[in-house]
Ligand binder design. Structure first.
Ligand code: FES
Length: 124
């Protein structure tokens, strides 16, 4: 089955980022947490700079060839968020269509869905 990729925006900065005097972006913090949570799991992780949802970061895309693909956002860079993202993405990986029944969603991703994209039609 196609690999499910979690793509974490590593340039996302949440409100008040500059005032906090942080040395790294919230996106980098979330990416590190997601990478750690995904270790040994049935998903792949990569980083990208900007998913064009900057005003509602931290943002993450979950994609696999031939499946529904999603953008999820408004995450704080916490272990709980990272675990929820990986848990949900692993269910996406196990689903033939990419759809995951709501009753199986981890609490940490509820309310964080921003977009859903249908799979690109196969070329004739
Ligand atoms: S900086 Fe993360 S979406 Fe633009």
């Amino acid at each position: 089955m196609a690999t499910t990729w979690i793509t974490v925006c590593d340039t996302c900065k949440r409100e008040g980022w500059a005032e906090r005097g942080a040395e790294v972006t919230d996106g980098v913090l979330l990416a590190e947490l997601v990478e750690a949570a995904a270790s040994g799991r049935d998903v792949a992780v990569k980083r990208v700079s900007c998913l064009m949802g900057c005003d509602h970061g931290c943002n993450v895309a979950v994609q696999a060839m031939g499946k529904l693909c999603y953008t999820i956002g408004r995450f704080e860079p916490t272990q709980d968020a990272a675990r929820g993202i990986v848990d949900w993405a692993e269910k996406h990986a196990a689903s033939a269509t990419g759809q995951v029944p709501y009753r199986e969603w981890p609490q940490a991703v509820k309310g964080h869905f921003v977009t859903r994209h249908p799979p690109i039609p196969a070329e004739e």
